[in-house]
Design a protein around this ligand. Sequence first.
Ligand SMILES: NC(=O)c1ccc[n+]([C@@H]2O[C@H](COP(=O)([O-])OP(=O)(O)OC[C@H]3O[C@@H](n4cnc5c(N)ncnc54)[C@H](OP(=O)(O)O)[C@@H]3O)[C@@H](O)[C@H]2O)c1
Length: 282
Amino acid sequence: MTGQRDAIPPILLVGCGRMGSALLAGWEADGLQRSAIVDPDPAFPATSASPSFASRHDLVRDIASLPAEFRPRAVVLAVKPQAADAAMAALAERLGDRLGDAVILSIMAGRTLSGLAAALPRASGLVRAMPNTPASIGRGISVAVASPGTSAAQHALCDRLLRAAGGVEWVEDEALLDPVTAVSGSGPAYVFLLAELMEQAGRAQGLPPALARRLARETVTGAGALLAASPDEDAAALRIAVTSPGGTTQAALGVLMRQDAWPTSVADAIEAATERSRALAR
Ligand SMILES: NC(=O)c1ccc[n+]([C@@H]2O[C@H](COP(=O)([O-])OP(=O)(O)OC[C@H]3O[C@@H](n4cnc5c(N)ncnc54)[C@H](OP(=O)(O)O)[C@@H]3O)[C@@H](O)[C@H]2O)c1
């Protein structure tokens, strides 16, 4: 990518934990101009991954320590929601009159566009996005929504910042971020649970622990890769293709697909997560 198009302009990343460092790794790979990263922990993952990183960017422990002349083109908020109020108050105080054309890109769960606008009244553009953890290997999927005042250039910059970690979808209706959070934001955990339960069940049927673990992991990742390699096929078609009448797969699916089994529990789980997302946003 680098060399074929301009480097990403200066970014202020607030919070460099799991998600912030995953995004940062993608931006670095895409070419990132001198940026600033705020995190209380100076040993956050990006610094240990690349020793020259600290010389290429400004790493500070708090917003008050940002270089006076620093003018970011985007401020990416990647702290936990419970740390958001303090971070945004510090940002408004320190950068209030220097936000200029910078767009605010928040990936914080449950923090609405109106809440962001109230906390950062001088921001000219606001984008709220929900990524997921496969972002750490460039295989995330993010869904984003922009406030009406967000310019086309700000929209394009946020799209580029999110695309560095995987796919991006934009929606107009912010309320969709709640079911998005339930399906893709929290979704990787459901898949990890599946691997966990398959491993346990394999052991219960007599498989040695290491073999049960390997079979469960390889099956989940292999099936996921097959799904990714078959973009025009419904998941249901792939399932039907491996289900012989009267065979072993059908015996298992007869249990899993009972109306009171997966159809109900997955629907209930997604509903519970959607409701929780709505409650967090209140
Ligand atoms: N993980 C996910 O699957 C996922 C998916 C979608 C969206 N998100 C959202 O992404 C955000 C970050 O999640 P995460 O999993 O990356 O959390 P995380 O690993 O805890 O990262 C947050 C980082 O922000 C730092 N921090 C705390 N207060 C700060 C402040 N005032 N200024 C600057 N940095 C500060 C934390 O430092 P300390 O640890 O020292 O407090 C930590 O390094 C959350 O809002 C979450 O809703 C996460």
